[in-house]
Each structure stands twice: as structure tokens, then as C-alpha cells.
Write a protein that binds this ligand. Structure first.
Ligand code: NAI
Length: 387
């Protein structure tokens, strides 16, 4: 990528003790594309300001809340170029809406909003405003995920028949939301999380990954949600059957209660003459099984990989890259997309195939459809005769 000035980043949420904010900060720094210069990092204004100062942010850019951030930054010559939203789901919409109205670009966590209505309104606002909004569908930052996408688009496994995707986690296998776990507390509150529990939190990643790699467009779905932890208000396990346009089928499982799975995201795509498999815990490898039985492990960094994989690779094969690098690929892609937009030119490869507001909308629409399907009274459950 040619030299560009560093973009100025602001952040809302992601303060002391928060999970994803620190990942964003590390990702933004990795390729020197961003400087974190402003923030409203916490729902508690004083804690947020103290955290900003501890991050080296100057006093007058350590804001008490996002409204103060917008007011303060709007009048500065060196105002932030974009603001990352790292707060619980229900706050994404009002914060993103206000930022776009004030003329800022946005990097928004998934799910883009907590309701479909907000997602539809926000995506329209983004289109009409011309602002850039990137949505952090993390797994589309991995080089070998791009390699799989390009190979499928080039017909390497033939017409896709099925996409099997699963995203099991174990951390919510007991009622930790009632024992002081802040992350679990808002994730199990429908007002703060939205209607989809595991499906909104991680199923949305799995749905995006399967669609991104296969290029398939979802036609319809049927779903079965379950809540295994007593007293929990939202699903903690979801099974979804999908029909894609053109006849391909999909099967998606998301779970927050699957003991033994730290972060078990797995995608397997089966075509007419081969399959490709990618497992998030071994992200440097892609498994290709062609019809002739000569299964091959394709390694990140190897010669001959597609340009989209190469531009997302920093180290040679054998020196593993992972989650932070994938997240950094998104951040560097977002930076390049913003530069290209400012300079009215086409974006370079790192900013192509990056997740934006339309992906955010599709993700929320998927979650809504899953919950609607599971709640539908006429869902066809048939008991076999021999039972
Ligand atoms: P968290 O509970 O660890 O952190 C939330 C932070 O937001 C806290 O610092 C809290 O004080 C702050 N906050 C809440 N309301 C605020 C407001 N109105 N203004 C300013 N700050 C506010 O949550 P976590 O796990 O970091 O999740 C945050 C978001 O990131 C969620 O939307 C979640 O779905 C998403 N996420 C995405 C991941 C990915 O792979 N892309 C992984 C984990 C979370």
C-alpha cells in the first residue's frame, strides 16, 4: 500500500475491563494506519475519562460521553476521521446515527444494531450520506478465508452443494450473568442485546462467514432455538437450516454452552468436485479435498496464493498469524477505504471485500428471521411413526 497519512481514530466504549475495545486498539495500531486520539470509553463518564488519559489521550479529547465527543470533535481542524463503536448492541444505533449525521465515518461492532428496524434505517442513512461504515465481521479478515472465497469463485470445487458452519463457545454454560459477569449480563438481556442470544452474538459471524466464502445468497431458513441455562431470557443454542439461491443448502449451529469449545468456529464447504474447510483455531491452514482423493493442506504465506490472501499476510509460513492480525486486516482495509473515498479513487486490494453497513443489515435481518422462524407456531415438527 502506498504511504498515506495516519487516520485519526476515536472510540466509544471499550474502556477498562471491556473485551473488544482492546482488540480494536491493537488492531488499529498494527499497520500504523491509525492514531487513537479521542474517546468516550465507558458508560461511567469519570471512568471513561480516566481510561482515556491512561491511554495517552489529551485531556480535552477525553470525553464524558459520545455526544460530548461529537460536539468536541466537530469543531476541531484535526477532528477524528472515524469513530469505532465498541459498546453493547443496543447503543450501536443511536451512536452510529449521531456520528453519521455529524459527518464522521464509523467502524461499528456487530451486530450492527439490536433491531431490524434500526438496521434498515441506519443502512439507508449510510447510503444517502455517503459516509463509510465498516462492520467488524472479524473472520473476513483472515487471509485463508479470502483464499477459500477466491478458490470457490474460480470454480475450484465446482458448484457449491452445502455449507456447514458452526460457532460453538463454552463460556456461558452456566448462569454467569447472575454472578457478576458484565459481558454475559448485557448479552442475556433482550433490551440490551436484541432478540437473538447466541444467534445474534456469534451466529451472525457464522452466517456472514458462510455467505462471504461461498458467495451464496440466502433464500430462506428454518430454525430451532433453545435456552439450556435456567432463567436465561435468550437462546444460548441455535440450529438453523438454510436454503440458498440456486439450490445449495446450509446448516448453521451457534452455541454459548458447548463445553470444550473455546472459540470453535468452523466452516466446511462442499462442491460438486471438492471441498474446502477452514477452522478458526487453525487459521493458517485451508484444507482442500478434491474428487481424486488427494487431500491437501494449503498454508498461509505459501507461494501462489491469491492477491487478497497475500495482502493480508505479514509473516512467512510457519510463523503463525491469527486473530489480532485478522482484526488488523479489517482496520487497515477500513483505513484504505476511507483514504480512497477522500481521494476519489478506487481502493487497493486490502479494502476490497470488506464488511460494510450492508453486511451489517444482512446480519441483523438473518438474526430476526431465525428468531421469527423458531417462534413460528406452525413450524413443521414431525414425530416418526416408530417413536
Ligand atoms: P463489554 O461489556 O466488555 O464492554 C462494553 C464497553 O462499553 C464497556 O467499557 C462499557 O462501559 C462501555 N459502554 C456501554 N455503554 C456505553 C455508552 N453509552 N457510551 C460509552 N461507553 C459505553 O462488551 P464487549 O464484549 O466488548 O462487546 C462490545 C461489542 O462488541 C458488542 O456489540 C459485541 O457484540 C461486540 N463484539 C464483537 C466481537 C467480534 O469478534 N467482532 C467479539 C466480542 C464482542
Amino acid at each position: 500500500m502506498s504511504a498515506q497519512r495516519k487516520l485519526r481514530l476515536g472510540m466509544v466504549g471499550g474502556g477498562e475491563g471491556a473485551y473488544i475495545g482492546n482488540i480494536h486498539r491493537n488492531a488499529a495500531r498494527l499497520d500504523n494506519a491509525w492514531d487513537l486520539v479521542a474517546g468516550a470509553f465507558d458508560v461511567d463518564p469519570e471512568k471513561g475519562r480516566a481510561f482515556a488519559l491512561s491511554e495517552g489521550i489529551v485531556d480535552d479529547r477525553a470525553y464524558s460521553d459520545y455526544k460530548a465527543l461529537i460536539a468536541g470533535e466537530s469543531t476541531r481542524k484535526d477532528r477524528v476521521d472515524a469513530v469505532a463503536i465498541c459498546t453493547p448492541n443496543f447503543t450501536h444505533y443511536p451512536i452510529a446515527k449521531a456520528l453519521i449525521e455529524a459527518g464522521f465515518d464509523v467502524i461499528c461492532e456487530k451486530p450492527m444494531t439490536a433491531t431490524l428496524e434500526d438496521a434498515v434505517t441506519l443502512e439507508k442513512q449510510v447510503r444517502e450520506s455517503g459516509r463509510f461504515v465498516g462492520v467488524t465481521y472479524t473472520y473476513s479478515g483472515y487471509p485463508m478465508v479470502h483464499e477459500a472465497r477466491v478458490r470457490i469463485a474460480n470454480g475450484e470445487i465446482g458448484k457449491v452443494r452445502t455449507a456447514q458452519v458452526e460457532y460453538p463457545l463454552e463460556w456461558m454454560a452456566t448462569g454467569i450473568e447472575n454472578k457478576g459477569n458484565a459481558q454475559a449480563a448485557w448479552r442475556t438481556d433482550p433490551q440490551k442485546n436484541g432478540r437473538g442470544g447466541s444467534i445474534g452474538d456469534i451466529g451472525t459471524h457464522a452466517y456472514h462467514l458462510a455467505g462471504f466464502v461461498t458467495g451464496l445468497k440466502l433464500e430462506s431458513l428454518t430454525a430451532d432455538l433453545a435456552t439450556f441455562v435456567d432463567g436465561r431470557a435468550l437462546d444460548d443454542n441455535a440450529h438453523v437450516m438454510m436454503r440458498y439461491e440456486g439450490g445449495a443448502r446450509g446448516l448453521l449451529w451457534s452455541s454459548q454452552v458447548a463445553l470444550g469449545n473455546s472459540n470453535g468456529l468452523k466452516l466446511r464447504v462442499y462442491g460438486e468436485h471438492g471441498s474446502l474447510s477452514w477452522f478458526q483455531e487453525q487459521p493458517n491452514e485451508l484444507i482442500h479435498a478434491p474428487l481424486d482423493g488427494h487431500t491437501q493442506i494449503i498454508k498461509r504465506g505459501a507461494e501462489g496464493l491469491c492477491e487478497a490472501a497475500q495482502v493480508r499476510t505479514r509473516t512467512p509460513p510457519g510463523h503463525p498469524e491469527g486473530y489480532l492480525e485478522a482484526f488488523a486486516n479489517l482496520y487497515t482495509g477500513f483505513a484504505e477505504a476511507i483514504h480512497a473515498q477522500k481521494q476519489d479513487r478506487s481502493p487497493q486490494a486490502i479494502a476490497q471485500h470488506i464488511p460494510t453497513a450492508y453486511d451489517g443489515l444482512k446480519g441483523v435481518a438473518f438474526v430476526e428471521a431465525v428468531v421469527d422462524s423458531s417462534e413460528a407456531v406452525d413450524q413443521p415438527w414431525i414425530t416418526p411413526v416408530a417413536v
